[in-house]
Write a protein that binds this ligand. Structure first.
Ligand SMILES: CC(C)(COP(=O)(O)OP(=O)(O)OC[C@H]1O[C@@H](n2cnc3c(N)ncnc32)[C@H](O)[C@@H]1OP(=O)(O)O)[C@@H](O)C(=O)NCCC(=O)NCCS
Length: 171
């Protein structure tokens, strides 16, 4: 990261407008690597956000936004299906913020929060074989390949990170 770091914030209702703008602006970009969210996601955004926040309140998931200096959402990074000391990691970074090390920094940072704040011992992740950037992010953040999978019909890899072994994020 050569520019100032964004802030990682736990998702709350006040993030809704900036989050929706982020998803709209990057919809086509994301759809090149991961399945499109579908029109319903955008038309029923508020309803879906309420459901996500209820899951977060229940301790099943922890959703985070990466905020730039103007309060704009530059990315999201989430832990879902929290159970038995583990969770599934997911992330996406805005096209205009890509290639600066933001995802790598955010994954490392969230690993530390997952261990320290959320009391987790391990995180799982998965990515398609075609998503070289995401594979690079996971490898740099200390995730190891543990298996193969299929994601929306595409071949992919599964990853595991044991949190005590993650190097501290550099400033
Ligand atoms: C994948 C994604 C999160 C990466 O975000 P980012 O902030 O650009 O990632 P970083 O800058 O931290 O690191 C990207 C790494 O991938 C590498 N990379 C990028 N494109 C690549 C490619 N086509 N082939 C090989 N490596 C590539 C970069 O060189 C960099 O590694 P390096 O620092 O060792 O050079 C972002 O592209 C994204 O949101 N994509 C759409 C959603 C998505 O794929 N989410 C992950 C689902 S598993």
């Amino acid at each position: 990261m050569t520019q100032s770091l964004p802030q990682i914030r736990l998702l709350h209702p006040g993030h809704a407008p900036a989050l929706l703008a982020f998803e709209r602006e990057n919809r086509a970009y994301f759809a090149r690597s991961v399945p499109d969210r579908g029109d319903d996601f955008f038309t029923r955004f508020d309803e879906r956000l309420r459901a996500l926040l209820a899951e977060q309140e229940a301790g099943i998931c922890y959703f985070h936004v990466l905020l730039g200096g103007e309060g704009e959402v530059l990315g999201r990074i989430n832990l879902v299906d929290v159970a038995d000391g583990g969770a599934d990691l997911g992330y996406r970074i805005a096209e205009r913020a890509a290639g600066r090390g933001l995802a790598t920094w955010a994954v490392r940072e969230l690993c530390h929060r997952a261990a320290g704040r959320y009391g987790l011992t391990h995180l799982r992740a998965a990515t398609t074989l075609g998503n070289a950037a995401s594979q690079a992010v996971l490898a740099k953040a200390g995730f190891a390949v543990v298996g193969e999978t299929r994601l929306s019909g595409h071949p992919g890899l599964t990853y595991l990170c044991t949190l005590g072994e993650v190097p501290a994020p550099s400033p």
